[in-house]
Design a protein around this ligand. Sequence first.
Ligand code: HEC
Length: 124
Amino acid sequence: MVTFNSRPAQLPIWRLLILCFASLGLSLQAWAAPDARQSTLLVNNCAQCHARPDTGAPFMGRKEDWREAVARGEGAMLINVVQGIRGMPPLGYCSACTEEDFRVLIRMMAGLPDDSADSKGEQQ
Ligand code: HEC
């Protein structure tokens, strides 16, 4: 009875370990992507204009819309987002966004490579 009971009890521990490693791997892979909070900020603010073609805002992920801004650089884009520029309202209406949030969102929307481009030796 004891051996019968102890055997199945070991399986879930291994499964749990595998699950831990799997989720660790997943979170490491996703470190540069917007997290859940940033995705919500994006949907509730930026996407109202940047996911609608009739607003004059560069369309999310459409490279040609972002070419000019990207050429000016991420820093210049960040300043324009914070201060606003023409149809782009200051902070993009996102008063809850931090500087890091803006950087992640800008990179994502403009189709820029994530942080790993800055840190040497981080090539795929
Ligand atoms: C009310 C509509 C609106 C909202 C909301 C909005 N944008 Fe914009 N955004 C625009 C428009 C319009 C432009 C184009 C401005 C221009 O160059 O004429 C723009 C341009 C930009 C640019 C390019 C700036 C540059 O340097 O050319 C970035 C980056 C950007 N938006 C990021 C964001 C982010 C991040 C958010 C959310 C936090 C956001 N926007 C929310 C309308 C909006």
